[in-house]
Write a protein that binds this ligand. Structure first.
Ligand SMILES: Cc1cc2nc3c(=O)[nH]c(=O)nc-3n(C[C@H](O)[C@H](O)[C@H](O)COP(=O)(O)O)c2cc1C
Length: 226
């Protein structure tokens, strides 16, 4: 698959078939994904690639904690100023529309939240983490390891698309890092950045029809010297 095809076909998948993803396919994806660039070739990323019993344990523990507040290692945004709030709300509206969830239906909204914490039932997850000491430095933050993780994450998702796999980058997947530390043996010296759910898409689920919008290029760019 050409890169353009992979970029066009990648989108966030929020419903999966239970079919397992083979270790060989994941290994192929991960080995190539490591070609991502990083600051000074520091390659700050580490991965836990999880399926089966361990992933079930994580799902269950996340659901058990769902009433409480999440506690991500990398803080969540404290607010969404415009225009970000409008874009964020539009996404939520579309997802609810496709799932037939009414805004007032608390039960269904809660069920959907739990689906997110369960990685939308994906059979596999890739957790990306970094060294705490490389990110938190003195009174400040070195944000570049996070930036580099974003680059490798996109590689993973594009390469997965090439194998007919669906993915979604998920902050919900790292909402309770203490659970991940315990199940996956990740020490406190690491910060868990992001989870990527991976699996074969359930194309019969209407939520996977979602095609998220983008601002036109003209509204986010200026051109100079042409
Ligand atoms: C860092 C990051 C975290 C995300 N976390 C979530 C999440 O917790 N739940 C979710 O449903 N989607 C999550 N997404 C997916 C975005 O909503 C999605 O990428 C965006 O709406 C664009 O849609 P697309 O991926 O289909 O192009 C996340 C994406 C990124 C990059």
């Amino acid at each position: 698959m050409e890169i353009i095809e992979a970029m066009n076909s990648r989108k966030s998948i929020r419903a999966y078939k239970p079919d397992p993803v083979s270790r060989e396919v994941l290994k192929e994806i991960m080995e190539l994904a490591l070609r991502a660039p990083s600051w000074g070739n520091t390659q700050p990323w580490q991965f836990a690639i999880v399926t089966g019993q361990e992933l079930e344990q994580i799902r269950q523990a996340f659901v058990d904690r769902a009433e409480g507040l999440g506690n991500t290692d990398i803080p969540l945004p404290q607010g969404f100023p415009e225009p970000y709030s409008t874009r964020y709300r539009a996404l939520g509206r579309k997802v609810f529309e496709l799932k037939g969830i009414n805004r007032e239906d608390k039960e269904k909204r809660k069920w959907w939240l739990l689906q997110g914490l369960r990685l939308f039932e994906a059979p596999c997850a890739i957790y990306i983490y970094i060294d705490r000491s490389f990110h938190i430095q003195g009174d400040g933050l070195n944000v570049w390891p996070l930036f580099d993780c974003g680059l490798v994450a996109e590689n993973i998702m594009l390469l997965a698309a090439r194998h007919g796999l669906g993915t979604i980058a998920q902050i919900q997947a790292v909402m309770y890092p203490a659970v991940l530390r315990q199940v996956l043996g990740i020490p406190d010296s690491k910060l868990i950045v992001l989870g990527i759910a991976v699996g074969y898409p359930d194309w019969d689920d209407p939520v996977n029809q979602l095609h998220s919008e983008r601002e036109p290029l003209d509204s986010v760019s200026t051109w100079h010297g042409f």
